[in-house]
Design a protein around this ligand. Structure first.
Ligand code: IPE
Ligand code: IPE
Ligand code: MG
Length: 227
């Protein structure tokens, strides 16, 4: 299933802890999101260097609208800025960008940046970078179910997550990729997202390499990752 030698990893990350990182430094929460955006850049570079097949990042959930208007506006602006600034470099690095989640509640500027980033990287064949914005896994499953069984397979079934990382210390899924994580290995770290660098990413991937994935079988379990 997910264990053939040429299978490229699908890593998903719940990027949590930006606010607490900032508060611990006496900074406003948006400062944590700013530094968190730098972490995204670094981890995407790492994922490219490690030949990871797909990287799915949870950037904004449908529940995050409950936050203050100022924080939400800041996060939307940051996402737009990230896509506008990074899309060209990511295209040059052969990264295909896809955005998951609903778009009808996003600011128009962000919707345009999403469309431009997806369009300009559509032909890229390297890392598939998937960013979840205004995303809920339950909503995604319901939408696929409403579209019919084939849509479930096409929309959800082909993107199984191998390894799910959550930073920030909490051990929950917060409605992220519930379908795709059916057989995912889970990894929780107390490191807050702004402090999660390539070294922490390597530590996590090394841990994944020690996991034995049996997919319910009991014969010859296969190591998650060779080497
Ligand atoms: C994660 O950090 C950022 C997103 C939700 C996108 P938080 O803003 O949730 O930070 P904490 O969990 O409050 O520290
Ligand atoms: C999870 O973080 C969502 C994202 C990273 C986008 P939250 O901080 O929003 O989630 P809860 O409140 O811990 O569930
Ligand atoms: Mg949080």
């Amino acid at each position: 299933m997910q264990t053939t030698p040429d299978h490229k990893l699908h890593v998903a990350i719940i990027m949590d802890g930006n606010g607490r990182w900032a508060e611990a430094r006496g900074l406003p929460r948006p400062a944590g999101h700013q530094v968190g955006a730098d972490t995204v850049r670094a981890i995407v570079r790492s994922a490219i260097a490690r030949d990871i097949g797909a990287l799915s990042l949870y950037a904004f959930s449908t529940y995050n609208w409950r936050r203050s208007e100022a924080e939400v506006a800041g996060m939307m602006a940051l996402l737009r800025h990230f896509l506008l600034v990074e899309a060209r470099q990511l295209r040059d690095a052969n990264v295909r960008i896809s955005i998951l989640g609903r778009r009808d509640r996003l600011p128009l500027g962000l919707v345009k940046a999403i469309a431009a980033a997806e369009r300009s990287t559509a032909a890229c064949t390297g890392l598939h970078l998937r960013v979840a914005i205004d995303y809920s896994a339950r909503d995604a499953i319901l939408a696929a179910a409403a579209a019919g069984p084939e849509a479930i397979a096409a929309e959800l079934g082909t993107e199984d997550v191998d390894f799910l990382i959550r930073t920030g210390g909490d051990q929950r899924l917060s409605d992220f990729m519930l379908w795709e994580c059916a057989q995912a290995e889970l990894y929780f770290t107390r490191v807050k997202w702004p402090d999660f660098g390539p070294a922490e990413f390597d530590t996590a991937l090394a841990e994944y390499g020690t996991r034995v994935r049996s997919f319910g079988g009991n014969v010859e379990p296969v190591r998650a990752m060779a080497g």
